[in-house]
Design a protein around this ligand. Structure first.
Ligand code: CMP
Length: 144
């Protein structure tokens, strides 16, 4: 369906090292594609400490920051930009609450995770954070 361009949006997410190790990449991407979001960019990378600290700069100073940075740099992640109607909010609703114990069944974290740090997936929570986060992994993708 052709939609008004103003309704379209993009968001950034990455599948965390634990979920990559558990071979959940296909499961997670499949859910997002089936919802109707289109993959614009996709890559598997190992984050450097600097990139991880930048990605999570909003949490700097919190007591879980060091553990979080150590965890996301512990193995490859799979990062993506997807596009569709109200993408930021749609993906945030699909991933569920931060703590997988509290995430509703039917959500990605609610169905596939149990640990707060190793909570399967991270996704941008606003357009502003999308632009900031995507630049770290996909500097070659333009802003739109
Ligand atoms: P994410 O959406 O990637 O954003 C920040 C991450 O910090 C969060 O998911 C969790 O994996 C992790 N985290 C660890 N401890 C906490 C905590 N007490 N509150 C919020 N996030 C936490």
């Amino acid at each position: 369906m052709v939609r008004n361009r103003s309704e379209m949006g993009r968001t950034f997410f990455f599948i965390k090292p634990g979920a990559v190790k558990r071979q959940l990449v296909g499961e997670v991407i499949s859910r997002i594609e089936k919802k109707g979001l289109k993959i614009v960019a996709l890559k598997m990378v190992e984050l450097t400490q600097k990139e991880a600290e930048e990605l999570y700069s909003v949490h700097k100073g919190k007591k879980f920051f060091k553990e979080l940075v150590n965890y996301v740099t512990s193995g490859p992640i799979v990062a993506a930009i997807v596009e569709g109607r109200d993408a930021v909010n749609v993906v945030r609703r699909m991933i569920g609450a931060t703590d997988p114990v509290k995430a509703q069944p039917g959500t990605i974290r609610g169905d596939l995770g149990l640990d707060l740090t190793d909570n399967v997936i991270h996704a941008s929570d606003s357009k502003e954070n999308y632009l900031r986060e995507k630049k770290i992994i996909f500097p070659e993708v333009g802003e739109s």
